[in-house]
Write a protein that binds this ligand. Sequence first.
Ligand code: 5GP
Length: 204
Amino acid sequence: MNERGLLIVLSGPSGVGKGTVRKEIFSQPDTTFQYSISMTTRQPRIGEVDGVDYFFKSREEFERLIKEDKLLEWAEFVGNYYGTPIDYVEKTLQEGKDVFLEIEVQGALQVRKAFPDGLLIFLMPPSLSELKNRIVTRGTETEDIINNRMRVAKEEIEMMDAYDYVVENDKIELACERIKSIVTAEHCRRERVSGRYKKMMGVE
Ligand code: 5GP
């Protein structure tokens, strides 16, 4: 039987660049993680494709999935639901593949409880002013939404203590490199591998 894959969670405040870092990681040909596509009730942005960027759902559909326990975690974020379909995650981990989630912090804390072995990585902005810059220059949000996201972001940064690693997003390529290095190291963690090697040596 395959060794179970690792559940990798990339989280951090709104506007820190989680989506950009995730897209960069998955554009690199040597990436072996499987991306778990989230569900959301927010409207698709221009260019977003159902089943690629998100599974876009109505509030009714989403609430039904919550009731039926089909989500590993979910959160209401700035007026919309976001959540991770549990079946895909379970099946993929079972196949021995690493699953990568890119989610906001309330959801990450739920993953911590449901999957204590999960690897939680907090993406940190280099400064607060840089964070505001990024939220503003994204250009798809109204001023109200921007102010609301800044307020939420400050609260989110306070949740850093629940994470295993903190990665600064000063440069996208560097942040990706750090994340991949963390995952590589995590795969070598003694607790994960000692059983396999003891078996190999016949000393179990
Ligand atoms: P956006 O609307 O900009 O695509 O995403 C808003 C926030 O929701 C981002 O912080 C993103 O990481 C987060 N998000 C995306 N998918 C999920 C999910 O499945 N669960 C949770 N909890 N947050 C998510």
